[in-house]
Ligand binder design. Structure first.
Ligand code: NAD
Length: 381
């Protein structure tokens, strides 16, 4: 008989003052299938212990480092079931490799690694281990993103001809990385962020969503990168043309110097018969426009939606769901995958949950954008 208990999660990163760690904790625990029991929350042992107390876990399970955590937890009868990685990018690969080597599944934040070369090592390690690996491309968890994906997959738009995706933020409009702003500091440091600035931080989300919703792949890109803010070491703005695997074409842009913007991610996909338009800041509505008919507004959780969109709705239509719930959808799917894997399923990740292949694509995107910018030309994927 299947074991009935919550999955035990350990977090690496997400210490005091961290941005995404608390979001992971809330999202992981929302559906009652996962509990956080351990962590190595900071590079400082003392801060990691303090965080453990704040989070209410057994003080003995707030570790000084992730290697110590993996060793100690592997020896416990009630040891952890998986590791979530919420550190700056340069630690994603070493933490993931250490977890996989110890037989622990991984849920990692994006980008999957710091460089394209690294993600190939990770891909090999995931393949060799046979362990589940999930990647938190948050936006894939929204019901209306699932609806847009279902509309494209059903061919309702006809052949896709044009795409336009953008992710604009304004919070790096000034040189705040020199003022002690923690998140800005590592994001603009190539040794911790990797070679991509805005393209790694938010461009990868836009790129992932484009392929996720359209069901197509980007085959070539012609991109321009800029570091608009004086002294900034990595890109803070990107404008690109893309070609898609079916011959469609379009634009992909991201920016962290779009002053006044918060998280303005927008996706438009145009087919022969009509188009879809989704904005992250208005996530419960999907606009569908038809060439030969009136414009429609599809509402989250409404009974007429696709089964994929309804599968992730938690509350009745008209009660807004948002970022946390989208994040939690990914955790719910990961928990389901772990349960299936424990029952012997060798390929348990559902197609809706981003995994290592999404990680490889995302790192390829960063690599190709940098190469295109360097050579001032189109580059193939
Ligand atoms: P952050 O700087 O706010 O937090 C990073 C945390 O990692 C800090 O608590 C820091 O102390 C800890 N840390 C650093 N080195 C460590 C080590 N050796 N061992 C243990 N902990 C260590 O950064 P953030 O904004 O939360 O970003 C973290 C990751 O999440 C990044 O990879 C980022 O790209 C990603 N992210 C994803 C989303 C999303 O929408 N999915 C949103 C924001 C950030």
């Amino acid at each position: 008989m299947a074991e009935r208990r919550k999955l035990r999660m350990a977090m690496v990163g997400g210490g005091p003052g961290a941005f995404i760690g608390p979001v992971h904790r809330m999202a992981a625990e929302l559906d009652g299938k996962i509990e956080m029991v351990a962590g190595a929350f900071s590079q400082s042992a003392e801060r990691s212990r303090e965080a453990g107390v704040t989070f209410g876990i057994d003080p003995g399970r707030a570790y000084a480092g992730y290697r110590e955590m993996i060793d100690a937890e592997s020896k416990r009868a009630d040891g952890i079931d998986f590791i979530v990685i919420a550190t700056p990018n340069h630690l994603h690969l070493p933490v993931a490799l250490a977890a996989l080597e110890a037989g622990l599944p991984v849920m990692s934040d994006k980008p999957a690694t710091a460089t394209y070369e690294e993600v190939l090592d990770l891909e090999a390690a995931v393949g060799k281990s046979g362990l589940p690996y999930g990647l938190t491309h948050t936006y894939a968890g929204y019901g209306m993103v699932r609806e847009a994906r279902a509309i494209c997959a059903a061919g309702k738009l006809g052949a896709i001809r044009k795409v336009a995706v953008e992710y604009f933020q304004g919070w790096l409009s000034r040189n705040i990385e020199t003022t002690g702003h923690k998140q800005a500091e590592w994001r603009s440091d190539p040794s911790r962020s990797g070679p991509g600035g805005s393209i790694g931080d938010i461009g990868t989300h836009a790129f992932h969503l484009l392929e996720y919703i359209s069901g197509l792949q980007v085959t070539a890109i012609n991109a321009t990168l800029r570091s608009v803010v004086p002294g900034r070491r990595l890109d803070d703005d990107c404008n690109a043309f893309v070609r898609m695997s079916n011959g469609a074409a379009g634009t992909l842009a991201c920016s962290q110097v779009a002053a006044g913007e918060l998280n303005e991610m927008r996706m438009r996909i145009y087919g022969e018969n009509g188009s879809i338009d989704w904005r992250q800041q208005d996530p419960n509505r999907l606009i569908v426009k038809w060439l030969d008919g009136p414009e429609e507004i599809h509402h989250a959780a409404a009974g007429y939606l696709s089964k994929d969109a309804l599968a992730v709705a938690r509350v009745p239509s008209g009660h807004p769901e948002g970022y946390l719930e989208a994040f939690a959808v990914l955790y719910r799917e990961f928990a389901g995958a772990l349960a299936a894997w424990k029952q012997g399923d060798k390929n348990p990740l559902p197609a809706t949950l981003p995994g290592i292949q999404a990680g490889v694509r995302g790192m390829r995107f960063i690599d190709r954008v940098i190469e295109s910018n360097r050579t001032e030309s189109w580059v193939e994927f």
